[in-house]
Design a protein around this ligand. Structure first.
Ligand code: OOB
Length: 573
């Protein structure tokens, strides 16, 4: 099999680090990779149970048959528009039914969704479109004061190569747009889709990708100046769906409530909406994660499993334990997953008594490795560990600063590789040389220790990232924005402790000249450069000079200690 075959028609070996052929053969022989694709998976479920409800969102309630049919009709429309195998399409949709429809339509024709998050703005979206040379950008409806059509018009202006803006909703094109937008509703063919053609491989005259092709590009939480894109193949991603569904006890009777934005790897695939569809269950999409929205949905749809981040778990626990107690019937809920950031044992212990369900801790990363506590683990394991890797052949190493293995139980850097962990980022050869060892181990940037039973306990992080309640902020990315301000001489962004999110972002700024740092103005400046709101520094602190380590690097450790010191000082006035 040539590289071109393996990577899809328009991706080549310079874009993606291919799986070494011997390893690919191994994962196939061991049954991890089974030749499934997203398209074939949905087709099989729709044939098996066409009338079973697949997706519920707002007033939409689509059966497997309907989702399958919509995906076909849209696939035809996308092909007619000129979108083909290997094309990249930036997708920025919230928790709406069309998210699933657009994903499956793209995946069926071998086009690659690039999963942007709803809060992303011009800086991020224009970067994704340019870096991935996207042919299309899919947006949704206005959300509060934010109208994605205005953003799309700006992106069109900065990235002329972007051919299409597709709107799931009212496609009225804003005056500022350089080319008309396309409505999703106008794209679906009204004729009978030719399933034979949709399901056949390219060499058979059809559109379907191979299972070894890259299916989609996920976003990395990142620790560098620009976000990295993560190529995931059908074969390995579908393994994660199959195994996640199994470890979460999902069956066709299962009902998964998606409360986090589904573009995140965790609610997308661990097991998330895709793992639930793999299992033939029902996906319910919540428009927002508040207890007032989510808890009545659990009662109404008889939800069996949902996944949240630690701050949300705390909010729900307080809501149920407090005034709302007894209002919503949560007896259907069997599993509450908590992941994306470290869950404290104290909060973990409250889950079963308060919600009457099993807690499942999830430690994962969009690059691959996902670790779950098992539903039948003892309470102590569930509460105090972040679980065990899902695959028998996931390999873990805990090493010191020089990549030397540490004894069991010692805390060190976590390296991993296995049947579904990437071997390199998309179009990032320089970064790949640092992020992976020559032997193909991914440097997670997490500091962990392993228990004698094989459990992972996350102890901290070495990567230059702030984990803001599950949302990841790459310090360098925000430092670059701050440094673009004329009054800023130097800047460093670090985590500061927060009782709710665990961490928030604090920017230490060395002013240019004598002027004092104007925090609100700097925060506005960063926001106006078009970054997601969650990345705007929560706090701006002035400092005379950034502390340095003895090799001359900015000492983030000293800065983290400094902000703790400043926060604990009583107010001066
Ligand atoms: C998930 O994926 P990402 O790519 O947004 O972030 C990965 C990073 C990990 O390297 C780790 O630093 C942190 O998020 N993390 C946790 C954690 N789960 C993730 N840190 C402590 N405890 C946990 N339970 O966040 C993600 C992807 C798939 C499933 C679940 C989470």
């Amino acid at each position: 099999m040539s590289d071109t075959e393996r990577l899809g028609t328009t991706l080549d070996a310079r874009d993606v680090v291919p799986w070494p052929p011997a390893l690919a053969a191994r994962w196939r022989a061991l049954g991890y990779w089974r030749g499934e694709t997203f398209g074939s998976m949905l087709r099989e479920r729709a044939v098996a149970r066409p009338d079973h409800v697949a997706v519920v969102a707002g007033r939409e309630r689509w059966t497997y048959g309907e989702l399958d049919d919509r995906a076909d009709r849209l696939a035809v429309g996308l092909r007619t528009l000129g979108i083909a195998a290997g094309d990249r399409v930036v997708l920025q949709l919230g928790n709406v039914a069309e998210f699933a429809e657009v994903c499956f339509a793209l995946l069926r024709i071998g086009a690659l969704p690039v999963f942007a998050l709803p809060p992303h703005r011009h800086a991020e979206i224009a970067y994704f479109c340019a870096h991935a040379e996207a042919t299309a950008y899919v947006i949704g409806l206005p959300d509060g004061r934010f109208d994605p059509r205005d953003l799309a018009a700006e992106v069109q202006a900065t990235v002329p190569a972007l051919e299409h803006v597709i709107v799931a909703g009212d496609a009225a094109t804003p005056a500022a747009a350089s080319r008309p937008f396309v409505a999703l509703d106008d794209l679906r063919t009204t004729g009978e889709p030719d399933r034979g053609r949709i399901d056949a491989h390219a060499e058979g005259g059809g559109w379907a990708p191979r299972s070894s092709d890259v299916a989609l590009l996920q976003l990395s939480g990142g620790s560098t100046g620009v976000p990295k894109l993560i190529p995931r193949t059908h074969d390995e991603y579908l393994y994660t769906l199959r195994r996640s569904a199994e470890l979460c006890g999902l069956t066709p009777d299962g009902v998964y409530l998606a409360v986090l934005p589904v573009a995140h790897n965790y609610p997308l695939s661990s097991p998330g909406i895709m793992g639930t569809l793999y299992a033939g269950g029902r996906v319910v999409l919540a428009p927002d994660p508040s207890p007032a929205t989510a808890l009545p949905l659990i009662e109404r749809e008889r939800v069996t499993i949902t996944g949240v981040v630690p701050p949300l778990a705390l909010t729900w626990l307080d809501a149920v334990a407090g005034s709302r107690a007894g209002r919503d019937d949560l007896t259907s809920l069997a599993v509450l997953q908590v992941g994306g950031a470290k869950l404290s044992a104290a909060v973990a212990r409250r889950v079963r008594p308060t919600l009457g369900c099993t807690l499942q801790q999830v430690f994962g990363m969009a690059e691959g490795l996902v670790s779950y506590t098992r539903l039948d683990d003892d309470e102590q394991t569930i509460v105090t560990t972040q679980g065990r890797p899902m695959a028998e052949h996931d390999e873990l190493r805990v090493v010191d600063d020089d990549d030397r293995d540490l004894p069991l139980g010692a805390t060190g850097h976590l390296l991993t590789r296995g049947p579904y962990t990437i071997r390199g980022y998309y179009r990032a050869p320089v970064h790949n040389a640092r992020a992976f060892t020559p032997g193909g181990w991914y440097r997670t940037g997490d500091l962990v220790r392993l228990t004698p039973e094989g459990g992972i306990v996350v102890e901290g992080r070495e990567k230059d990232q702030i984990n803001r309640g599950g949302e990841k902020v790459a310090a360098e990315e925000i430092e670059n924005h701050l440094l673009a301000h004329p009054a800023v001489h130097d800047a460093a962004v670090v985590a500061m402790p927060d009782p709710y999110l665990d961490e928030r972002t604090c920017a230490f700024v060395v002013p240019r000249g004598d002027a004092a740092v104007d925090g609100p103005a700097l925060r506005r400046f960063v926001r106006e450069r078009g970054v997601a709101a969650f990345k705007v520094p929560d706090r701006v602190e002035q400092i005379g000079a950034l502390p340095r380590t003895n090799v001359g690097k900015v000492s983030k450790q000293d800065l983290r200690a400094e902000i703790v010191r400043r926060l604990s000082r009583p107010a001066e006035d």
